[in-house]
Write a protein that binds this ligand. Structure first.
Ligand code: ARG
Length: 427
């Protein structure tokens, strides 16, 4: 770990202090080998005054019970019909998981408490189908949960709701977690699953989606993707629309999964967010130090033309920085050549720790939009080593140096760097 990572980590502590995180644990995660490690992470969250509410699922345990007892279940998710027998097994499965969690928390000296804070009604009869003991959440007993949090007690909530007549109902745990996060105005909702996060159609992890993008993505969510993820994505979108800033879908089987997601600015899973997360903005004077740090290595390896603080300060209006949660992780300059309606993209650099996450591509895209809005017809760049990247990822084409504006051509010849000249027409 280097010091700048540490700065990033520490910056999150005041941001998350005293905030409520609802953490939803799939039944399979509570049963996984990594579960004790997850509880160690919870202890770390508590030690920095993050208020934790745990919600858990039971599908995994229910399936195990049905195998063990050779009984069929009417449903394992809390979405379908819950008949009497399935409900009884749900109660057994739920207490089993709750106690497993309580045991693990005890081992870390964390005080916790099982509750009856979910007030539920029967789901009812829909299109002629009676859902029997499947419930829907009517309300969350917020004062009760807040009381526990205030006393430093971790509420542990199973997927069972209670009505005023002493009856209980089976509820889907993703929905419980979403409602809980909304009711408590939680800062975060974190789903710990057995998947790395949401994957795109090529199977690549999607690191983040703002709510609008998540909605678009959900519309086209391929049928081949696992139902559990669809459910999480759906609930994540709802939660974000109802005031939860960030929802994370991460792999609970990974060691330090929670800490890596919460305290690094790129995380390890998928984040659906409703508040400011990443932005590209014009550089300010106080960013010069960060820019110099970003370009130091590329300058040493002859990728970027050497420049000093005074050079950056002089051309500051041409520089832009890429921020993730206020930490600068990328920079670039866009120089105008109005006489020939060209703009130059220069000094593009992304922090080593943030490579291969699409940041460079986002900056190129931003530069294109910016230059085109300012009326430029072409974006060009000079590159000694990264030209393949610009051609493959940025859609640039190689050109003869004669396309350069005269003043730039003179400089190009003077440096003798013999860079490749690339260009891209703008709309
Ligand atoms: N650590 C930050 C947070 O918890 C950012 C996490 C970003 N995660 C991601 N998958 N892009 O809010």
């Amino acid at each position: 770990m280097n010091v700048s990572d540490l700065r990033g980590i520490l910056a999150y502590i005041p941001q998350f202090r005293e905030k409520v995180f609802v953490i939803a644990i799939d039944g399979a995660i509570a049963a996984s080998e990594n579960f004790p490690n997850l509880v160690l992470d919870l202890a770390v969250l508590r030690s920095v005054a993050i208020k934790v509410v745990l919600v858990h699922g039971i599908a995994h345990q229910l399936k195990q019970l049905s195998l063990l007892l050779h009984t069929d279940l009417s449903d394992t998710t809390g979405i379908g019909i819950t008949d009497q027998k399935t409900h009884e097994l749900s109660l057994i499965a739920s207490s089993k998981v709750t106690f497993q969690i309580l045991e693990a928390l005890s081992a870390s000296d964390l005080r916790a408490c099982a509750t009856n804070a979910i007030i539920a009604h029967p789901f009812g009869i829909v299109s002629g189908v009676d859902y029997q003991l499947t419930g829907r959440i009517n309300k969350i007993d917020v004062p009760f949960i807040e009381y526990l949090l205030q006393k430093n007690i971790i509420p542990v909530i199973g997927p069972i709701g209670f009505d005023g007549e002493g009856k209980s109902y089976r509820i889907n745990s993703d929905a419980v977690a979403q409602c809980m996060a909304e009711a408590l105005h939680a800062e975060k909702l974190i789903y710990l699953t057995t998947y790395p996060g949401i994957l795109d159609n090529e199977g690549n992890l999607i690191r983040e989606l703002d709510v609008q993008a998540a909605q678009e993505f959900h519309k086209n969510f391929s049928k081949s993707q696992p139902e559990q993820l669809r459910s999480k994505l759906e609930h994540a979108i709802h939660a974000c629309k109802n005031g939860v800033n960030r929802v994370h879908i991460i792999d609970g089987r990974m060691d330090e999964a929670l800490l890596s997601e919460i305290f690094s600015n790129t995380g390890i899973g998928t984040m659906i967010y409703a508040n400011q997360y990443e932005s590209i903005r014009p550089a300010r004077k106080k960013d010069i130090g960060a820019i110099l740090k970003l370009i130091q290595e590329p300058i040493e390896s002859d990728e970027i033309l050497p420049r000093k603080a005074v050079d950056i300060a002089r051309d500051l209006q041409s520089y832009y920085v890429f921020e993730l949660d206020k930490q600068i992780v990328g920079c670039m300059a866009v120089y105008p050549y109005p006489k020939t309606s060209q703009a130059e993209l220069a000094c593009l650099s992304v922090a080593k720790s943030h490579e291969n996450q699409g940041i460079g591509r986002k900056m190129i895209h931003y530069a294109e939009k910016l230059a085109s809005q300012q009326g430029f017809k072409q974006l060009f760049l000079l590159s000694t080593r990264a030209y393949v990247y610009f051609m493959q990822k940025g859609g640039f084409k190689e050109a003869d140096p004669s396309i350069l504006p005269l003043e730039r051509k003179i400089k190009y010849e003077k440096t003798g760097r013999n860079s490749k000249v690339l260009y891209k027409p703008l709309q």
